[in-house]
Design a binder for this molecule. Structure first.
Ligand code: PA5
Length: 447
């Protein structure tokens, strides 16, 4: 199968090709550091060879568990936040019918999400929707102690037990967590839930190809083998044996570092395909948590075009010139729709009659790229032949591998996230969590 294609030539008007090529030794060295496991955060490299090492038995277990939930449930609630949520959400949204919710007489269970916020109305409305429905729960938390998913699980487990009885509920709950540690592991062991393990050496934002992503994706009815296959092919295409010029992850890592050091501090991930919205959300977490530290890092932002051309388009065309764009372009849509001829032509659109909707979208994409380059915005493009499991697998691994290299070139540990603890400490202090008495007194004195 052909690989996804990275084009960086529309950045060369801003950073010379030689300046990007000058990063080759550093990027290749970063790739070897990943491979040898000699860099910072090297205890979190379990994702690196995950695609090529997933066993048949593991995949079969995931598929069987998904089948059971699909057969037994009208809805499955996936509980998780951050890296324990975004990968599955990204793939499921990218592959789902856009009007999935409204499809009558559905055979597949609805996949719903909880644990990614603490919105009371969201929880209330979700639980109202689940009233009287046979639903299952996949609770995902590596630490097993994250507040948002733990709160969601407590509420939904209660509801499920009330609706189905404790014994039946037990068969409808699957937990994905650490093999030994954490409250979720303790609970799962006590209650006898089916579990999958998140390995110690896989961090949340690199976990989509582990059960964290694969089980919810399989539950939604998608082909996880094709996803893993795509990722495995990209793992081979980005290895240390692949020269810089042929290695898309290495080139992406190089060009974004070159742009960053030339003053382009914000990278905007662009799509012209609304189903990719959550791929951008996943990507923002991947790059934001991996690189935004030690006072450094490109700020990862995202827009959905053409929708956001009518809002953020102004800023991108004309605002401060500290941005560059990376466009995810899908070459061929999965469906065909042609504009009809209209005799009255009151809307003046007959010049488009007989053309596919995608042709208009592609001209919008091309026109936008040229306008933004003319406006001072370097443009990178990642082209997928189609939006399917295989190419999403390639895309996921491409971004992961490039992220590891890019972080090392930037000089940070791409695999930790010390900055996310600050809000938790304050929240627990404000909520009078036992053990936070001192912090509680201190924070309340500031109010
Ligand atoms: O990438 C990360 O490490 C985080 O986003 C975590 O995935 C997130 O905080 C959820 O953590 P946990 O899976 O421990 O509940």
């Amino acid at each position: 199968m052909e690989p996804i294609k990275l084009s960086i030539d529309k950045a060369f008007g801003f950073v010379p090709e030689e300046a990007v090529a000058a990063y080759a030794p550093q990027v290749e060295s970063a790739n070897r550091t990943l491979e040898d496991g000699t860099g910072r955060g090297n205890d979190f490299l379990g994702w690196l060879h995950l695609p090529t090492s997933i066993s048949e038995a593991h995949l079969a277990d995931i598929e069987q568990t998904a089948r059971t939930l699909r057969e037994q449930c009208q809805a499955v609630v996936v509980i998780g936040i951050g890296g324990s949520y975004l990968g599955a959400k990204a793939v499921n949204e990218a592959l789902a019918n856009s009007f999935d919710w409204l499809v009558a007489e559905r055979r597949d269970p609805i996949v719903l999400y909880a644990g990614q916020n603490i919105g009371e109305d969201y929880r209330y409305e979700l639980q109202e929707l689940l009233k009287g429905k046979k639903f299952g729960i996949i609770c995902i938390s590596k630490s097993g102690t994250t507040t948002e998913p733990a709160l969601a699980f407590r509420l939904l487990k209660d509801q499920l037990e009330a609706q189905q009885g404790k014994e039946a509920a037990r068969q409808l709950i699957v937990c994905i967590t650490d093999k030994a540690r954490g409250a979720l592991r303790t609970l799962a062991t006590q209650e006898g839930y089916k579990t999958f393990v998140i390995e110690d050496n896989i961090g949340g934002r690199f976990s989509v190809l582990s059960p964290v992503g694969l089980l919810p994706i399989a539950v939604a009815g998608h082909d996880v083998r094709r996803l893993v296959q795509g990722a495995a092919d990209m793992e081979r295409a980005t290895g240390t044996d692949v020269p810089f010029a042929d290695n898309p992850a290495a080139r992406y890592a190089a060009v974004r570092n070159a742009l960053y050091h030339s003053g382009k501090k914000i990278e905007i991930l662009v799509n012209f395909h609304p189903k990719l919205h959550y791929v951008s959300e996943w990507w923002k977490q991947l790059y934001g948590e991996s690189e935004g530290k030690d006072g450094k890092g490109i700020f990862p932002a995202s827009v959905d075009f053409t929708t956001d051309l009518h809002s953020m388009g102004q800023w991108i065309q004309d605002g401060e010139r500290t941005i560059f764009e990376t466009v995810i372009s899908v070459r061929e849509p999965n469906h065909t729709k042609v504009f009809p001829h209209d005799d009255a032509n009151l809307d003046g659109l007959n010049f488009l009659a007989g053309k596919r909707v995608d042709e208009v979208n592609k001209m919008a994409e091309l026109g936008t790229m040229l306008a933004h380059v003319d406006g001072g915005v370097p443009n990178l493009k990642v082209e997928l032949p189609r939006l399917d499991e295989y190419y999403l697998g390639q895309l996921i691994y491409f971004f992961e591998r490039a992220c590891g290299m890019s972080g090392y070139v930037l000089g940070v540990n791409p695999f930790d996230q010390p900055g996310v603890e600050a809000y938790k400490k304050n929240m627990f202090a404000l909520l009078d969590k036992p053990g936070y008495e001192e912090a509680s007194r201190a924070i309340k004195a500031r109010l």
